[in-house]
Write a protein that binds this ligand. Structure first.
Ligand code: 4AD
Length: 456
């Protein structure tokens, strides 16, 4: 008989009183004198389905009592005061036995321990909830942009230019490691693309190309960073949402970013109440109220200069200096968002020297029209700016940074042929997931984290 998703068993009263077949992995088992109980999960819902086994009706199911065993069970679907519905088993087939050295025997394991077994941690409640929220959040991002007329574009993953002009790129090569006797130029010339290539740190530059024809675009794909940042907030491979909007200035893109964050959080609150309740219980007290409050309140906006003044006035010692011109460190970002504003904050108009070449230079000659969105508990989740649309100013900023203009020929030409004001941002998908779930280490919000010294 065709099996039915456990999600449907819970949500469709049609099955009550009927004989159904369900499949799944055994998550708990318990034995009493006349009855045994199993709870199984098939991944279609956060909830486990209770299976009631009357011993006088069924025998030979000992293997099915072992945690991790995969089973197919047929039985009568009954209403249950505690569980909503349960299955009174008439038939149990073990699809795959699971011996006693299956590591997930305890009810709760530490996240650190689970990281040592990415192929099995997906079977925990935490990952069951996480992957569902992750999937819903991704769908909500597409919904948000699609329903507002944005075109989804796929920018290249292998690139010849480093978008930020500074960030460390992973090299892409088919060369043998032996480079004896070759100059750097000769070495790259002999490589697959005939020049140096790497994994993209951001789809922005190509996203701008698309926006200069399609008006409103977004990308949603992987970005790669080779920085040696071994922190709970950095991955070497992360998913990046990057809208780019023609004719939009900094205040416009800030409005879009805030609206999008509110939309996707609302979508998760609506679609994943059980998962959010789980995260609230195990990871962050008050999570649901925090998320509800995000949706119904304005985010704060503060000038970088004012943020520096707030830090200098703070009644605490920071590890890093906070003079005007310095980049904000995590400790500064967290103080501003967690202790001063206690909500998400857009810090705007950063000093131009600490930001990227493509950001629009403000008339003060000192700052650029850029913003980072900081949120309590995580810090920066969005990097955003109006782009420099003036050819001469762009060239000046690139030359000041010693950049090789030949690598950016296409990008530069966008300013020559029909340039328009435009803006965009990059949202780190795993960072927003940390915020939405309360999980504090980025390694625990992705299936297979890639970090310095860690790949599996
Ligand atoms: O601030 P970033 O570096 O901005 C850019 O890449 C721009 N080109 C985006 C744009 O304007 N289209 O990165 C944007 C966001 C960060 O705010 C952060 O959320 C995330 O990407 N991010 C990372 N997430 C995980 N691990 C890392 N190593 C990350 N680096 C950036």
């Amino acid at each position: 008989m065709k099996h039915i998703d456990i999600k449907d068993i819970f949500s469709n009263p049609f099955y009550i009183g009927k004989t159904v077949t369900v499949c799944g992995w055994v998550r708990t088992s318990r034995d009493s004198k006349n009855i045994s109980f199993l709870e199984i999960n098939d991944g279609t819902t956060f909830r486990h389905l209770q299976i009631v086994i009357e011993k006088e009706k069924l025998s030979g199911y000992d293997e099915a009592m072992k945690l991790g065993t995969s089973v197919r069970i047929a039985g009568t679907c009954c209403e249950s005061p505690v569980n909503g519905v349960e299955i009174n088993a008439g038939f149990i087939e073990v699809l795959g036995a699971c011996p006693g050295d299956y590591p997930l025997q305890k009810k709760r394991h530490t996240l650190e321990y689970l990281r040592t077994m990415p192929h099995l941690r997906v079977r925990t409640n935490t990952f069951n909830a996480l992957l569902r929220v992750r999937s819903r959040l991704a769908a909500a991002i597409h919904e948000y942009f699609q329903s507002r007329g944005y075109v989804y574009v796929n920018t290249p993953i292998i690139t010849g230019s480093d978008c930020e002009g500074a960030g460390e790129m992973f090299r892409v090569t088919t060369q043998d490691y032996d480079v004896t006797g070759l100059t750097r130029e000769e070495y790259y010339a002999g490589d697959f693309f005939g020049r140096k290539a790497g994994l993209s740190v951001s789809g922005q530059l190509e996203g701008e190309v698309a926006a200069m024809a399609m008006g409103k675009i977004y990308t949603f794909g992987p970005s790669f960073r080779a920085e040696n940042s071994n922190t709970p907030r950095h991955l070497a491979e992360f998913w990046h949402v990057e809208p780019e909007v023609a004719f939009a200035e900094l205040p416009d893109i800030i409005e879009i970013a805030e609206d999008m964050i509110k939309h996707i959080i609302s979508a998760v609150l609506e679609a994943c109440p059980d998962e959010i309740a789980f995260f609230e219980k195990h990871f962050e007290e008050g999570l649901r109220d925090k998320l509800r409050s995000i949706v119904s309140h304005d985010f704060a906006v503060v000038e970088y200069t004012e943020a520096i003044e707030l830090l200098q006035k703070a009644d605490r010692q920071f590890n890093y200096p906070c003079d005007w011109g310095a980049d904000l460190q995590t400790e500064h970002e967290r103080y501003i968002t967690e202790e001063v504003f206690k909500k998400p904050v857009f810090v705007i108009n950063y000093p131009k020297d600490i930001k990227s070449f493509y950001m629009k230079q403000n008339p003060d000659g000192k700052t650029v029209a850029a913003t980072d969105l900081l949120v309590p508990g995580v810090g920066e989740i969005i990097g955003c700016s109006e782009r420099e649309a003036d050819l001469d100013k762009l060239l000046e900023a690139m030359k000041a940074r010693g950049m090789n203009l030949d690598d950016y020929e296409d990008y530069i030409e966008l300013r020559k042929f029909g340039s328009v004001p435009h803006s965009g941002f990059g949202l780190g998908f795993e960072r927003i997931l940390m915020y939405v779930t309360g999980i504090s280490n980025i390694r625990d919000v992705t299936l297979y984290p890639r970090t310095v010294g860690g790949i599996r």
